[in-house]
Structure formats: structure tokens, C-alpha cells
Design a protein. Structure first.
Length: 329
């Protein structure tokens, strides 16, 4: 059975979001049996309108040899169409059987839709944190609201804070506001949210989170659904037990935010025997602490591309030495 999906499936009818100028990647998988040679045909078409658009119709075939269970990929390039509208266009990808007497396509997963965000008009708006985690004692969290595209026309948007397990007036000060951009302006806007520092040393809970959401945008702009809301993580740096993170993360002495270092490791299949990851305890050393870990496969599959690893790391009172997780490749 052949399915059209992404590395992380979203639903029975797959829908991806991209912007003009990007390339959408679709993954097709063979499941339930691997005997014999099988082939499928794929068709890509713009379903929004004809004429000037961000993608033209394309067809092709993919084949799997006897015993081949590896995924196949279809690249869908999304071009700039030189048009200022509509804000959204849609591409449909359909897979079908090549041989009518040999049905191999899963009819429940035989198509995907790609939403294309136009960037040549007013553009799209997104929000993201300036840093991943903010400490309670820093006093504030900062976020960036960005306008993507050519910046045609004036656009505006409102924002507001929302509770997570962090609560307004207990962990942060509630904030609402509006932002605007004039014609041609694509510079970033900074939103600052005040944090409440209770100064209380405690064991236990170290991290809390809140949300900041964009809403009520002007009709000529589009809120990118991938980044119209973001989580803000707040670290109680008075917690005496500290917290555990992958190295080389650290707490900045300048603004007391948690800076995340790169934790991406590149290995050569068949050459590198394992990957070693370093885990460190920051922000406190009182009391005992333990964390569990395990590996998860994304586009790489456990047992095929890597050997799974799982276990338990422990720190005793006063111990801040680093721990190593070894992941066989």
C-alpha cells in the first residue's frame, strides 16, 4: 500500500503550508508488504485558478523495486508569480495507480493539499520569541512580530497574552496591543511582556509557559498559521534544584535569558559508530535530580537508520557534573 504523507503526518487529508519561493517536500511510503515491483503516478496541479499562479501542472512516476521499503520524495517548487493576489493559493497532489489491474494506492491517503502564502502583495505576519526561554529575574520577555514579503500597502495586527501554566498577574503581566506597518515597511516589531519575579527559592517546578497570539489582522495581510501564536517559557532561576538541558546551553549573564547552543550532530552512515550528547545541570545544585531520556525517529527510522537509546540520568546533592548520552548510529 502506498501513501502520500509528510515526515510528521497531520491528518487523513494532508495539508501543508508554504510561502512562495519555497519548495514543498512530500514523502510517499510503502507499507503492509514489499514484494514485487510497484509504480505510481503523481499529478500536481494548482486548484486556485488558471493563468498566473505559483505552480503549473506536473506529472511523473515513482517506482519501488522488489523488497524496497524506502520512502520516495516529490519536490514541489513554489515560484513567485508576480501577482499581488490572492493571499492564498492551493496546490493539489494526487497519486494514482499506473496499472489498472494492480491497485497499490491507499485511497484514504491518495492526495495532499499545499497552501501557498502570497508574498508579493501585503505579505504575511508571524510571531516568535527573541530567545527560547526567559528567566523570572530578567523581568521581561521579548518577542518579534515579522512582516514577510514585499510590504505592499499598510497592514496592522493586534496581539494579546494568554495563560498557559503560567498565569497573568502571578507569573506575568497581561498585555494587549496593536502593531502597524506603512507601505514598504517590512522591519520587525518588538513586543515586550513584563514578568513577575517573586524571588522565592523553592524546589520542584522550574519552568512555566504562557502564549502570545496574533489576531484581528487587516484584511490585506495573512496570519501564517505556522507562527500566529508562540509559547514563552519562563524559568524560575530561584529554584534551588536547578534544571537539566542539553549542552552547550547557558544562562546569559547579560540579560539572564537561557541561550540554546546548537545540538545538531551530523553523522556519516556506516562510518560513525555513535553520537555522544552532553547533558548539563544549570541554575542550582541543591537536592537530588533525575531525568529520563529516549531517542525518537523522524525521517530516520529506529532499527533502520539508528539504534534506539533510552535510560535515566541522576544527579545527587551538590552535583553539577555533565552527563553523556551515547546514541549508536
Amino acid at each position: 500500500m502506498l501513501q502520500c504523507r509528510a515526515p510528521l503526518p497531520l491528518s487523513s487529508q494532508l495539508c501543508l503550508t508554504h510561502t512562495e519561493g519555497e519548495t514543498a517536500l512530500l514523502e510517499l511510503t510503502r507499507t503492509g508488504g514489499f514484494a514485487g515491483l510497484v509504480s505510481i503516478r503523481y499529478t500536481i496541479e494548482n486548484v486556485t485558478r488558471t493563468g498566473r499562479n505559483s505552480f503549473g501542472s506536473t506529472t511523473g512516476t515513482l517506482s519501488w523495486a522488489d523488497g524496497d521499503a524506502s520512502p520516495k520524495y516529490v519536490d514541489v517548487p513554489l515560484k513567485f508569480d508576480g501577482d499581488t493576489g490572492p493571499l492564498l493559493e492551493y496546490v493539489r497532489v494526487v497519486i494514482s495507480d499506473v496499472e489498472t489491474l494492480l491497485s497499490v494506492v491507499d485511497t484514504q491517503r491518495d492526495q495532499a493539499f499545499i497552501t501557498i502564502i502570497d508574498q508579493e502583495g501585503a505579505g504575511s505576519l508571524t510571531i516568535e520569541t527573541l530567545h527560547g526561554t526567559f528567566t523570572e529575574s530578567s523581568g521581561f520577555a521579548q518577542l518579534l512580530v515579522r512582516r514577510h514579503g514585499t510590504g505592499l500597502g499598510r497592514v496592522s495586527v493586534k496581539y494579546e497574552t494568554m495563560d498557559g501554566d503560567a498565569m497573568q498577574d502571578v507569573d506575568f503581566v497581561q498585555k494587549r496591543g496593536s502593531l502597524s506597518w506603512e507601505d514598504g515597511d517590512t522591519s520587525d516589531r518588538v513586543v515586550t511582556v513584563d514578568l513577575v519575579n517573586d524571588g522565592t527559592s523553592q524546589y520542584g517546578l522550574h519552568f512555566k509557559h504562557m502564549f502570545v497570539k496574533l489576531l484581528n489582522n487587516s484584511r490585506n495581510a495573512f496570519l501564517d498559521p505556522r507562527a500566529m501564536m508562540t509559547a514563552v517559557y519562563i524559568l524560575d532561576d530561584s529554584a534551588m534544584t536547578g534544571f537539566v538541558t542539553f549542552a552547550p546551553s547557558y544562562i546569559s549573564a547579560e540579560d539572564k535569558t537561557v541561550r540554546d547552543g546548537p545540538v545538531v550532530h551530523r553523522v556519516v552512515e556506516g562510518s560513525d559508530s555513535q553520537v555522544d550528547l552532553t547533558v548539563t545541570r544549570l541554575g542550582g545544585n541543591q537536592g537530588n535530580m533525575s531525568v529520563r531520556y529516549r531517542t525518537l525517529g523522524l525521517s530516520a527510522e529506529e532499527g533502520v537508520h539508528f539504534t534506539g537509546a533510552y535510560g535515566l540520568l541522576r544527579w545527587s546533592e551538590g552535583d553539577t557534573t555533565e552527563r553523556t548520552i551515547s546514541c549508536p548510529s
